[in-house]
Design a protein around this ligand. Structure first.
Ligand SMILES: O=C(O)CCC(=O)C(=O)O
Ligand SMILES: [Fe+2]
Length: 207
């Protein structure tokens, strides 16, 4: 990819609740180095989750990183310590949000690695109680471009795709988790994709 500056663009996808796509975040060659570094360095896990009484490996790999433990699909996860590259990425996200007039802080991140188009994430909202009532979640995408599909819980409008190119940042603002669900559906795409969803986990609400 060319090592030339690209004009930063902010797209407002939804007004209320606020859904924003910002790109590029790091620029090249930083973004491609980040993808290679995370893919290589991290201790990617494929935990089993219980679904309808049976254990299944999740259809992707993941790593939790951050300051506080996290409960997800009925299981407790102890996070990995911050990797320096992820800390640098968090800093880039916070600065980019500040430039867009959004004040946010993050003490946790879920990293997802989708090896190919078969790897996926099912319909959900990130609405666990420890995220608080109206979380702001910032999702960085690296690698193969794929659509994140959204649907309204009250079916007020049709579901829609948000394509997430390499080195883009999706901001799911306050109200998005309450009003919509999202999923990364399987799709015929060639390559690896890593997403990082930065969150604030309220430590006081953890058992
Ligand atoms: O991979 C993505 O873009 C979505 C990830 C996601 O929904 C999550 O980490 O909660
Ligand atoms: Fe999510």
């Amino acid at each position: 990819m060319p090592d030339t500056p690209t004009k930063a663009v902010t797209e407002r996808l939804l007004e209320t609740p606020s859904l924003l796509r910002l790109a590029p975040l790091l620029g090249e060659p930083r973004a491609s180095h980040m993808l290679a570094c995370l893919s290589h360095d991290l201790a990617w896990q494929r935990p089993h989750l219980r679904l309808y009484g049976r254990e299944h490996p999740i259809p992707r790999q993941q790593v939790w990183m951050g300051d506080v433990g996290y409960r997800y699909s009925g299981q407790d996860f102890t996070p990995d310590p911050w990797h320096p590259a992820v800390l640098a990425l968090r800093q880039a996200v916070v600065e980019r949000l500040a430039n867009a007039g959004i004040r946010a802080r993050f003490n946790s991140v879920l990293l997802n690695r989708y090896a190919d188009g078969q790897d996926r994430m099912g319909w959900h909202s990130d609405d666990e109680t420890e995220l608080g009532p109206e979380p702001l979640i910032a999702a960085v995408s690296l690698g193969c471009e794929r659509p994140l599909r959204f649907r309204w819980r009250d079916k007020r409008q049709a579901p829609f795709n948000v394509w997430l190119p390499h080195d883009s940042l999706l901001v799911m603002g306050r109200g998005v988790q309450r009003q919509l669900q999202h999923a990364l559906l399987p799709r015929k795409v060639p390559g690896v994709r890593i997403s990082l969803t930065f969150r604030w986990v309220h430590p006081s609400q953890m058992q």
